[in-house]
Design a protein around this ligand. Structure first.
Ligand code: AMP
Length: 489
């Protein structure tokens, strides 16, 4: 069976057509069915003359098999897709449509989205329908290195920013994934992250490159080990992909429920603590624990290391790995710079930030990560951030984006957001707010109002009211004092 993976690469595998390709939260597709559906969606685009749009197409849903059908159809048509999880509030979706200048959304849920001026293609299990809202602009111009996807991450100005990843970057990433990780076509990738986060790109791209199987797990399944564990056992999941935080509860699981089919725990996105690695190695002696590091701006991950008992014994903070073969790491004034083909072409329609964060080094794209670290014989160690970007339960959050949403509320005079840390990792995000004196405002009301703008994982767990927000010498909010004030109350 021959299948087109990504925009450039045709792959031919000796693959049984009835082998499982995608196990969605709703239905399951064999490789033959997956191939047929991808083809059908491409034909749908061609039939309506919108296959030559130069604009990215949004793909909306959660963990349905059709999300994957839509991603692979867009890859085949060389149209960039923007994965959007259904937990995003509508206002955020509209913002993303505006920033990316997108004109089409492929909706894989059963409920129409109805965004102004956006043509909606509803893809259900057996049928596809279309609601045309406005003209879709088409051009016939094939690019040498087309964009494959745009993933939106939190932005410090209050606006999410779209990281553009091109075909060259995806190819570089999947070449590395299919050579240095020891994965093969028999593997079943266990997905845990939502498809709008780049952690999920590990399995979304690699299962296609290898002709393997992808097990998607929805929110209800991932939030309850009693549901997820039998599901993984049923489908014989072999590669676990998650943030370290997600795995915490699973590392303590007792003998009888252990996941014996898992041969690799693959981590990315936040610090992998010695304790967690140790516990997994004790409980799953036959499995490998892999730590990887990288920002969305450099296609999921750039470094890899297999954690061994010797590494755990000799380091209080585990290394994050050595660079993938096609990329290079530089350290400038303590900041990690990634150079290579896996680096993004920049944020979509954001030239100011691009000039600040993306540079060219020896004719190659390079990204200034904002991460601090050092290299020891090629091995990278991560030591922290040089700004207000934090990771909470694996989610990437700019504290300023939360403050900015709070500051948009008419009754707020000033709002600031801080992250409370223990042992170097973020435990809680809280906001401190000064409201107009004559207003009676509750914490619940603020949370409700900002949830119209921010996704659920960005809502601060607590909000305290202050009469005045303390400022430091430079006129900015004094975060240290704010932390002290919060702890005192
Ligand atoms: P994201 O774009 O959501 O993948 O987040 C990227 C950021 O997560 C990086 O810039 C780092 O700050 C952090 N990060 C990613 N991988 C690791 C890791 N293995 N250890 C520590 N921090 C990490």
């Amino acid at each position: 069976m021959k299948f087109c993976f990504d925009t450039k690469e045709f792959i031919e595998w000796d693959i049984q057509p009835n082998k499982l390709a995608v196990i969605g939260d709703d239905f399951v597709l064999t490789w033959e069915q997956f191939n047929t559906r991808v083809q059908a969606l491409c034909e749908e685009f061609v039939a309506h003359g919108i296959h030559q749009t130069q604009r990215p197409v949004m793909v909306y849903g959660h963990k349905s098999a059709n999300m994957l059908v839509a991603f692979y159809a867009m890859m085949k048509l060389e149209i960039a897709y923007i994965p959007l999880d259904k937990f995003y509030p509508k206002e955020r979706l509209e913002k993303i449509a505006r920033i990316s200048k997108s004109e089409i959304v492929i909706n894989t849920t059963a409920w129409p989205l109805q965004i102004d001026n956006i043509t909606e293609i509803l893809v259900e299990e057996t049928k596809t329908s279309r609601v045309q809202k406005a003209e879709v602009s088409v051009q016939v111009k094939k690019l040498a290195d087309p964009l494959v996807y745009i993933i939106f991450t939190s932005g410090s100005t209050g606006e999410p920013k779209g990281v553009q990843i091109s075909s060259e970057a995806v190819q570089s990433f999947t070449r590395w994934m299919s050579s240095d990780f020891g994965f093969g076509s028999k593997d079943v990738f266990v997905n845990t992250a939502v498809l709008s986060f780049d952690l999920s790109v590990f399995e979304v791209m690699t299962f296609g490159k290898l002709g393997a199987t992808l097990l998607l797990n929805n929110k209800e399944q991932t939030s309850d080990p009693n549901v997820l564990i039998p599901r993984i056992k049923k489908y014989q999941g072999s590669i676990w992909v998650s943030t370290p935080s997600f795995t915490l509860i699973y590392s303590r699981i007792k003998n009888e429920t252990r996941l014996n089919s898992i041969h690799t725990f693959l981590f990315c996105g936040e610090v992998l603590a010695n304790d967690l690695a140790n516990k997994l190695m004790e409980n799953y002696p036959k499995a490998r624990v892999l730590n990887t590091y990288g920002p969305t701006e450099a296609t999921v991950a750039t470094t890899l290391v297999e954690i061994t008992p010797e590494l755990i014994d000799s380091h209080t903070s585990l290394p994050v790995g050595v660079s993938q073969p096609e990329s290079r790491l530089l350290i400038e004034n303590g900041e990690i710079i990634i150079v290579g083909p896996n680096v993004s072409k920049g944020y979509t329609n954001n030239e100011i930030l691009n000039a600040e964060k993306f540079v060219t080094i020896n004719n190659q794209r390079a990204f200034k990560t904002g991460d601090q670290g050092y290299l020891e014989k090629g091995m990278l160690f991560f030591t922290g951030r040089n700004d207000d970007l934090v990771k909470l339960h694996g989610y990437r959050i700019e504290l300023n984006e939360i403050s900015s949403a709070i500051n948009k509320l008419t009754y707020v005079v000033q709002g600031e957001t801080i992250a409370l840390k223990r042992n170097g990792s973020v435990k809680k995000i809280v906001s401190l707010v000064k409201v107009n004196g004559n207003e009676t405002i509750t914490v619940a009301q603020i949370k409700q109002d900002i949830s119209a703008i921010l996704p659920p994982y960005m809502i601060p767990s607590d909000i305290k009211f202050l009469e005045e927000i303390p400022l430091s010498q430079n006129g900015k909010a004094d975060k240290k004092l704010l932390t002290e004030l919060y702890m005192k109350r």
